[in-house]
Design a protein around this ligand. Structure first.
Ligand code: WQD
Length: 332
């Protein structure tokens, strides 16, 4: 019985594929390479020494997706297939609602048709919306999302809750990622955003290697220790291991719907990240203070205790590891 990974050639998906293969799980990757590269497939095989099936399919293509279920015995699905650039989602909402939400619905309908009801969803802390509290716990209700990307995540969470209410044979884990950064220690897989990076770490590494001139620090007048934005950065390998633990939880429980924060529980500022990166890599990261970015919050981070108690999972890697591995990947 195989674990199906739509979007499995992407940043989080490829790292999760490695961890599943390391645990002797059988996987099948489905990806349309809209935000990933074909060579990622061989790199996952190179890292693990394991083989697996791959289909070049977009989840909106019901016929092609059904073919994957016809040809294989699938026990669970971990869905990574989704666009994730906040700025782009504001400019092209229909692209995001169609790809992320309609894609998830087509995938869930296909699962239902073939009696596959174990589903892990790649969600985001962004569903908590703008709120007074800075430490997010799963007990909180979802908030008002600030952009179409975040709204797609919130919508899919609601769809999953309604689906479970209608049929409690579903077995669902919703994983709310905080800020994924870093890369596998081999340097063979990592984050490869198309074009100018939106996120902090991919931007820093490109300033460090001279591709980009300098980092713009979006505001230093926030109510935080050094005035710059504070986030809960989580190493992508720790995040990937959280998916393996979530799958084990579903296998153990059989049915249910579970929501977990995947974060470290610690907040670091933009300047903490810059200073740590320079210390760890020996590379200078020139920066200038720029105006705040619209939609940014000052500070938020995870309360990670529910995943610790219920999944027996917690992060192990440090901010130094995240910086070292990000730099190692871009150098390779
Ligand atoms: C982090 C901090 C910026 C770039 C978003 C999504 C989240 C997830 C990750 C997709 C903030 C500052 C950034 C730069 C800067 N989605 N910054 N200069 O906005 O916390 O989260 O991306 O994977 O769901 O909401 O991440 O890395 O863009 O910003 O000063 O050039 O770095 O202001 O304080 P964010 P980010």
């Amino acid at each position: 019985m195989a674990i199906l990974l739509p979007g499995g050639a992407g940043y989080i998906g490829s790292h999760t594929a490695v961890e599943l293969l390391n645990k002797e799980k059988e996987i099948i990757i489905v990806d349309d390479f809209s935000n990933s590269k074909p060579e990622m497939i061989d790199k996952i095989k190179q890292i693990t020494g394991k083989d697996f099936k791959f289909y070049e399919v977009n989840c909106l293509n019901k016929k092609e997706l059904e073919k994957v279920f016809e040809e294989n015995s699938i026990e669970a699905v971990i869905n990574f297939a989704g666009f994730k650039a906040v700025g782009e989602s504001v400019k092209e909402p229909l692209k995001y609602y169609n790809n992320n939400v309609s894609g998830a619905i087509t995938l869930l309908q296909t699962m239902q048709k073939y009696g596959v009801k174990k589903f892990v969803f790649s969600s985001s802390a962004t569903v908590y919306g703008t709120r007074q509290e800075v430490e997010y716990t799963e007990k909180m209700k979802r908030g008002e999302t600030a952009n179409p990307y975040g709204t797609t995540k919130s919508m899919i969470e609601k769809i999953l809750e309604d689906l479970y209410f209608a049929d409690n044979q579903w077995d669902i884990a919703i994983l709310r990622y905080f800020n994924p950064v870093g890369a596998h220690e081999s340097g063979l897989i990592g984050e490869e955003p198309q074009g100018i990076p939106n996120n902090l770490m991919p931007y820093i590494v490109r300033v460090a290697n001279g591709t980009l001139k300098e980092l713009s620090v979006f505001g230093n007048d926030y109510d935080t220790p050094d005035g710059t934005g504070v986030r809960d950065y989580i190493h992508v390998v720790d995040l990937a291991k959280g998916h393996v633990k979530a799958l084990e939880k579903l296998e153990k429980e059989g049915t249910g719907i579970y929501t977990y924060n995947l974060g470290t529980g610690k907040g670091y500022s933009v300047l903490d990240m810059v200073k740590t990166f320079e210390k760890v890599t020996g590379q200078k990261v020139p920066y200038k203070i720029a105006p705040r970015r619209a939609g940014d919050l000052a500070i938020y981070y995870a309360d990670p205790n529910k995943a610790k108690e219920e999944l027996n999972w917690q992060t192990e890697k440090t901010l130094e590891d995240m910086c070292r591995d990000s730099w190692n990947y871009i150098c390779k």
